[in-house]
Ligand binder design. Structure first.
Ligand SMILES: Cc1cc2nc3c(=O)[nH]c(=O)nc-3n(C[C@H](O)[C@H](O)[C@H](O)COP(=O)(O)O)c2cc1C
Length: 319
């Protein structure tokens, strides 16, 4: 997820069991072939012995663009650098991206989805899997199935469907039953995505979509134990207890240690607050900490505020 889930976050989130694979933030392709440094920045895992997080979870490299030739050239570049898969983004709703004809704007014409997927497949010589991620449409859902079929016909080996149109943004509800309509017509695996925040959401999304697998985005930031919670239930039929504040604080502390090795402290402080902001909608203690700490710019003071025992945040913030 762009601006939110970088290699350090992927590393932290995959230390617990639950994730089968992860995806990079999108690499934006306009026309030219991008230099290797752009790929390494988005996907430092390319430098490792395998395209995985340190815990061994595969990382898929995502491209976002509209011109088939440019996507193809950059897919070849990524392959040369060692990627083991390419994911194509047909879901991004950002105005800037859509104005430049990328992301979800391609969903207005299934032929363009097909052309992009086919060009990338052809360029990498079918040597690595090419997958796709889409929304249900741009303004409405009329072309949802046609776009999904186009991705499959272009050679996509898997399709993730975020169960909303571009114009629906992130507004609930996610229309998981629409993913079911697509899944029923495709032969490739279809993965359900959108608004899975809890084990109950996971059950509902699976039931309504009929999909075996789901993708979680914001839910994994809101509760870093959501994927382990789902995996634990799958394996044992039992529920894990709610994630305590101490575990959340420890994740944020580890995140800070990883980020401060490469980024200025004030940037790390804002990244911590960004993650805490994702946690606060689903956890009252995270909400209290966010309110108490949101104006703190000094990283050490912020970390002290996160580590303070419950009930003493305000004191830590003033210190
Ligand atoms: C801040 C932000 C950045 C995102 N960046 C990407 C991205 O780079 N590539 C992508 O395929 N989806 C991206 N998404 C969409 C998510 O992958 C996901 O489809 C969407 O948030 C719905 O799933 P969720 O409810 O589990 O978060 C982004 C979403 C957010 C909120």
């Amino acid at each position: 997820m762009e601006g939110v889930i970088d290699a350090h976050t992927r590393d932290l989130l995959t230390r617990q069991p639950g994730f089968d694979w992860t995806v990079t933030e999108f690499v934006r392709v306009v026309d030219a072939r991008l230099p290797p440094r752009v790929f390494y920045k988005h996907c430092p895992e390319l430098r490792g012995p395998a395209m995985t997080t340190p815990s061994g979870v595969p990382v898929h490299l995502q491209l976002l663009g509209s011109a088939p030739e440019a996507l193809a050239a950059n897919a070849v570049q990524a392959l040369t650098l060692g990627t083991t898969s390419i994911d194509l983004n047909f879901g991004c709703p950002a105005k800037l991206v859509n104005r430049h004809d990328g992301g979800a704007s391609l969903l207005r014409d299934p032929r363009r989805v097909h052309a992009a997927v086919a060009a990338v497949n052809e360029a990498v010589g079918h040597a690595i899997p090419v997958t796709a991620k889409m929304r249900l449409g741009f303004a409405d859902r009329r072309l949802a199935l046609a776009c999904a079929l186009a991705a499959e016909a272009g050679g996509a080996r898997q399709l993730v469907v975020h169960a909303r149109t571009r114009n629906e943004g992130y507004r609930p509800p996610a229309h998981w039953e629409w993913i079911g309509r697509i899944r029923a017509r495709l032969s490739i695996p279809v993965v359900a995505n959108g608004d899975i925040w809890s084990l109950e959401d996971y059950w509902r999304a699976r039931t309504l979509s009929g999909c075996r697998d789901v993708m979680i985005g914001r839910g994994a930031l809101a509760d870093p134990w959501l994927a382990p919670r789902i995996r634990h239930w799958q394996r044992t039929g039992e529920r894990l207890p709610p994630t305590p504040w101490a575990a959340r604080a420890e994740t944020l502390q580890r995140f800070a240690s990883l980020q401060r090795s490469t980024l200025p402290e004030r940037v790390v402080a804002s990244l911590i607050k960004q993650w805490l902001n994702h946690m606060r909608a689903r956890d009252p203690e995270a909400a209290r900490r966010f309110e108490a700490l949101k104006r703190i710019k000094d990283l050490d003071a912020l970390l002290a505020g996160l580590a303070a025992p419950e009930g003493s945040t305000a004191a830590a913030a003033e210190a």
